[in-house]
Design a protein around this ligand. Structure first.
Ligand code: CDP
Ligand code: MG
Length: 143
């Protein structure tokens, strides 16, 4: 299997609920390395652009509000098959449908406030990482 990088967010609900550690521990226990990590407050402009793919969906406005309501933690994860592996560790979008032991089952509240984001493919992972992390920043952290 190939070593990949993927982009991850500990969303504002999980940060507010003191679950950063639970999310990080679940990612690490699942075999992913935290290559880079920082706490930010997403601006409205950033949230709108980050989720632009959903701009026609009815939940877009509420999603932008949610993602900007408080700090979140943005991360670059690395590991074997990291993109798909992270999606497995996160669980289904709706916490009510997420498998036991997944982050969204453990920490998520509802289909919007679902604790974490993970890139869905290699091309989106690359774009999303570049949206929040500079190349030199990542090079300095590579191990
Ligand atoms: O995050 P994921 O890729 O699993 O799901 P998505 O379909 O790409 O949706 C992005 C995010 O929008 C979700 O993680 C939820 O926070 C939010 N969402 C929502 O608020 N209501 C929905 N019906 C679907 C998604
Ligand atoms: Mg998605």
């Amino acid at each position: 299997m190939a070593i990949e990088r993927t982009f991850s967010i500990v969303k504002p609900d999980a940060v507010a609920n003191n679950k950063i550690g639970t999310v990080v521990a679940t990612l690490e226990a699942g075999g992913l390395k935290i290559l880079a990590q920082k706490m930010i407050r997403m601006t409205e402009a950033q949230a709108k652009e980050f989720y632009a793919v959903h701009k026609e969906r009815p939940f877009y406005g509420d999603l932008v509000k949610f993602m900007t309501e408080g700090p979140c933690v943005v991360q670059v994860l690395e590991g074997d098959n990291a993109i798909a592996r992270n999606r497995e560790i996160m669980g289904a979008t709706n916490p009510a449908e997420a498998a036991e032991g997944t982050i969204r089952k453990l920490v998520g509240t509802n289909i919007e406030r679902n604790a974490c984001h993970g890139s869905d493919a290699a091309d989106t992972a690359k774009v999303e990482i570049g949206f929040f992390f500079g190349g030199a920043e990542l090079a300095a952290l590579s191990r």
